[in-house]
Write a protein that binds this ligand. Structure first.
Ligand code: ADP
Length: 219
């Protein structure tokens, strides 16, 4: 397989890596999946067109696969921290310019960044945080855009019912900006000052973490 800039290398095809690789294929990218386990490679052959068995901590093996020609790679090995670090290091050594790497602890993540990963993902930590928010208040989904800026999908608070967004003045009162509103049975539409919000509607709001969380916990 000849690598080009829009082809993506995914190393480690466990639950996370396999889902990532399959999603990339669905998004129209050509993906080369690599895993050390022949069993895993065999199982992934159904979803992925290109999948090979190799030890990603072995620089020579990666070189032979043409890993250095890929513009983007993801290291999705989690449990074996040493293998995750060595594989990331090998990709940096081979000159892969953009590397995403999965980490299981913050120390692991810090090392991956030092080694040269552009983006470190903490699936368990991030998902735990996100799910916690859906268990309290009116939050349905929670996305952290920055350490202090979040996007929250929530049901409309009682006090809004029947008001337009202009009348409600949420930016002044709660420091949140309403991005979109969904009336029951309809699709999400962009919010305008004239949008009327009713009980049972869904809203997507953006704002500073504390203010947005406070808004999402109104009754
Ligand atoms: P998940 O929690 O997403 O399933 P795991 O860390 O359990 O993640 O799985 C990672 C995958 O990475 C496994 O399929 C494993 O076989 C693979 N793997 C582990 N070490 C290496 C390595 N040195 N080279 C290539 N793949 C590896």
């Amino acid at each position: 397989m000849l690598a080009s800039d829009d082809q993506i290398l995914v190393i480690g095809l466990g639950r996370f890596g396999r889902t990532l690789a399959t999603a990339l294929v669905r998004l129209g990218h050509e993906v080369l999946g690599v895993d050390v386990s022949p069993k895993v490679v065999q199982a992934c052959a159904v979803d992925l067109t290109h999948v090979v068995q190799a030890d990603a901590t072995d620089l020579e093996a990666l070189r032979q696969l043409g890993a250095g020609d890929f513009g983007r790679a993801a290291v999705a090995i989690g449990t074996d921290i040493q293998a995750s670090i060595l594989a990331t290091y090998a990709l940096v050594d081979l000159g892969v310019p953009r590397i995403w790497a999965k980490a299981v602890t913050s120390e692991h993540g810090a090392i991956l960044e030092r080694v040269g990963a552009e983006r470190v993902i903490f699936p368990e930590i991030e998902m735990g945080e996100r799910v916690a928010h859906t268990m309290v208040g009116r939050t349905i989904d929670y996305v952290e855009l920055d350490a202090d800026f979040v996007l929250i999908e929530t049901t409309a608070p009682r006090e809004l019912s029947g008001q337009t967004l202009k009348e409600a003045g949420l930016r002044q009162r709660y420091g949140v900006t309403v991005v979109a509103v969904k009336h029951p049975g309809e699709s999400f539409t962009y919010a305008t000052p004239e949008t009327v919000v009713d009980l049972g509607d869904l809203m997507v709001v953006a704002g500073r973490r504390e203010r947005a969380e406070a808004f999402a916990s109104l009754p």
